[in-house]
Design a protein. Structure first.
Length: 340
C-alpha cells in the first residue's frame, strides 16, 4: 500500500492483513473487526491496526473525532488525485526515480522538435520590427505593474498584424540545433524544461481584421498559420466554453489553446513529465500576459478546458497530444486604460 500521507510503503504479504484493509473501507471498532475475522489472532489484528494508524494509512475515530480524517480542515481541502500528484512529482514521500533519466533513449527516438507534416502553412504572419519595439516598448516594470486579466474585448477586432506580432514575440522559434545523443532542439522567447518546447499553439479565431474565422495551428518555425477547420459547431463550442469559463458577456475574439506533445517531455524525464508540462504552461501564460500588456491587448488565462473536445477538433490522439491550457486574446475594452 502507498499513500500521499505516508513516508513509507506498506507490503501486505498475509491474507489476514489484506482482509483487514478490505473491512476498513467502513468505520468499525477493533472488537468488531476481530469478530469478522474469527481465524485471526487478536494480537495480530491489533498489531496491523497500530501499523496502519502509525503509517497514516488508517485514522482512529473517537467520540470527540467521529469523522476521523474528515475533521482535519487542511486535509479535507485536498482532493486525492491532487495530493497524490503533488507527493509523487516531488521528492520526500517515496523512493521512485525522478528526473532526466532518458529511459527511452535506447528504445525509442525522441519526438521531433517541431510538429511534423499534418498541416501546411497557408497564411504567413507579419513579422514585427523588433528594433522599433526595443525602442518604444514600455519598461518591464511598467508592464508588470499594468498587467491584469481582461475577459471582455473592445468594439474593434484585433488585427492580423497584432496576432503576428504577439505570436512572434511569445512563441516563435528563434534558433534550432541538434545533438547526436538526444536529438533536435529549439530556442524560443520563453524557457522550457529541458528545452523540450512541447507546447503547440492552436488559435480559434472568432473576430480578427484580416483573418477568416476558423481553427488554426501556429507553425513556430515558419511563423505562419495553417487552417484546420473553418468555423463550425465544434469550433464554436471551444469559444463558448471559453466564454463560460470567464463569465464574459460575449465569446472571445481569439482563443489560444495550448496543447502538449507529451512524449517530447516524457522521453527524457521520469516521474515529473506532466508536472514539468504544467510548469511550462505557466511560463507561457506569463510570457503571453506580459507581451499582451506591452501591446495594449486584452489577455486572460483560463483555468479549465475540455481536452477530449480539443482532440476531436484538432484530430489528435489524446495520449499523444491534447490541450493543457487556454488563453484568450483580443482588443482591449473600450474603457480600458493604456500604458503610458
Amino acid at each position: 500500500m502507498e499513500s500521499p500521507l505516508a513516508h513509507a510503503r506498506l507490503r501486505l504479504e498475509h491474507t489476514v492483513a489484506a482482509t483487514i484493509i478490505y473491512h476498513l473501507g467502513k468505520a468499525m471498532t477493533a472488537h468488531e473487526l476481530i469478530q469478522t475475522l474469527p481465524e485471526a489472532d487478536e494480537d495480530d489484528v491489533a498489531s496491523v491496526l497500530a501499523l496502519l494508524v502509525m503509517g497514516n494509512f488508517a485514522f482512529p475515530i473517537t467520540s470527540e473525532n467521529p469523522e476521523g480524517e474528515d475533521e482535519d480542515d487542511t486535509l479535507l481541502q485536498w482532493e486525492f488525485h491532487d495530493l497524490l500528484f503533488h507527493s509523487r512529482s516531488r521528492k520526500g514521500r517515496h523512493d521512485n526515480i525522478l528526473g532526466g533519466t532518458y529511459r527511452f533513449q535506447d528504445h525509442l527516438p525522441p519526438q521531433p522538435m517541431i510538429k511534423q507534416g499534418q498541416w501546411s502553412v497557408t497564411i504567413p504572419l507579419p513579422r514585427p520590427d523588433m528594433e522599433r519595439i526595443r525602442r518604444t516598448d514600455p519598461s518591464l516594470t511598467d508592464v508588470m505593474e499594468a498587467r491584469t486579466s481582461l475577459r471582455s474585448h473592445g468594439t474593434n477586432a484585433i488585427t492580423l498584424e497584432q496576432i503576428g506580432e504577439f505570436l512572434y514575440r511569445t512563441a516563435r522559434v528563434k534558433e534550432h540545433y541538434s545533438t547526436e545523443e538526444t536529438g533536435a532542439f529549439t530556442t524560443r522567447p520563453y524557457p522550457s524544461a529541458g528545452a523540450s518546447y512541447e507546447i503547440e499553439c492552436y488559435l480559434t479565431i472568432n473576430q480578427c481584421e484580416g483573418l477568416m474565422p476558423g481553427f488554426y495551428w501556429y507553425d513556430p518555425m515558419q511563423h505562419g498559420l495553417a487552417l484546420i477547420h473553418e468555423m463550425n459547431k465544434d469550433t464554436v463550442r471551444l469559444l463558448t466554453d471559453a466564454q463560460q469559463s470567464t463569465g464574459a458577456a460575449d465569446p472571445p475574439q481569439v482563443l489560444i489553446t495550448l496543447a502538449a506533445r507529451f512524449q517530447r517531455v516524457a522521453w527524457k524525464y521520469q516521474g515529473i513529465a506532466y508536472s514539468l508540462i504544467l510548469k511550462n504552461v505557466g511560463v507561457m501564460f506569463a510570457t503571453m500576459y506580459l507581451v499582451a500588456t506591452a501591446m495594449n491587448l486584452a489577455a486572460c488565462a483560463l483555468g479549465l478546458g475540455d481536452a477530449d473536445h480539443f482532440t476531436q477538433v484538432a484530430g489528435t490522439n489524446y495520449l499523444e497530444e491534447t490541450s493543457v491550457g487556454e488563453f484568450i486574446l483580443g482588443s482591449p475594452p473600450d474603457d480600458a486604460l493604456f500604458i503610458g
